[in-house]
Ligand binder design. Structure first.
Ligand SMILES: [Zn+2]
Length: 212
């Protein structure tokens, strides 16, 4: 394979990423189903958008196994559709709530946790027991550990505190990040994050987490 610079002429053939239009090199790109995008866009998509959920919604969960990397089976048009949908949701949420709150995140996923003391220590295991975690894109502002937030659940408003904030990065899953505990405790606009809320119920998919 002529990957490592034996063919200088090949290097000069410049290709442009169909998503961001920046120049791509072979080593800093990833091949999707019908085209190649740059590694910057790959990183943005993995961190920013819930590809796995989108794929399952569209294909009813029957097409690919859970262990499969859905990004690699997507087309350029699929990626463009995800970006357009996320921008639309962001515009709507920020348009209706941005005047009232400094930071907003819409919950794409909600789950309960009960981490073991041997994995996270006695203190954190106790604090996190049966707490809800929301995962979603931060649509404005930034969230940090110990922030006071409001959960907008239908017409109900529930005040709580963020026990932790874990930025979603790469293919690393929630439990691995929680256990390692090496993450930044803050996450900003246009990134995906997990927020550990100090509640055991009262949050659903589509609810908005807001900071005053
Ligand atoms: Zn790109």
């Amino acid at each position: 394979m002529a990957l490592f610079g034996k063919n200088k002429d090949k290097e000069k053939e410049k290709k442009h990423c169909p998503i961001c239009n920046n120049e791509m090199t072979f080593l800093k790109s990833v091949a999707l189903a019908d085209g190649t995008i740059c590694s910057d866009c790959e990183a943005m998509l993995r961190g920013k958008y819930d590809i796995d959920r989108w794929w399952h919604l569209r294909f009813d969960g029957t097409v690919k196994q859970k262990s499969h990397d859905p990004l690699l089976d997507m087309s350029i048009a699929d990626v463009q559709a995800i970006i357009a949908e996320a921008k639309q949701n962001q515009a709507e949420t920020v348009g209706s709530l941005g005047g009232e709150f400094s930071a907003l995140l819409t919950a794409d996923d909600v789950f309960s946790i009960e981490p073991k003391a041997k994995d996270v220590g006695v203190k954190r295991a106790k604090a996190y027991k049966n707490r809800l975690v929301v995962r979603g894109m931060i649509q404005s502002g930034e969230f940090s550990k110990e922030d006071s937030v409001v959960i907008l659940h239908g017409d109900a408003r529930l005040e709580t505190v963020l026990l932790d904030v874990i930025p979603c990065g790469g293919a690393v899953d929630f439990n691995t990040e929680l256990k390692a505990n090496m993450h930044k405790k803050t996450a900003g606009v246009n990134t995906n994050a997990w927020l550990i809320l100090d509640v055991e119920q009262g949050v659903a998919h589509g609810d908005v987490i807001a900071k005053a």
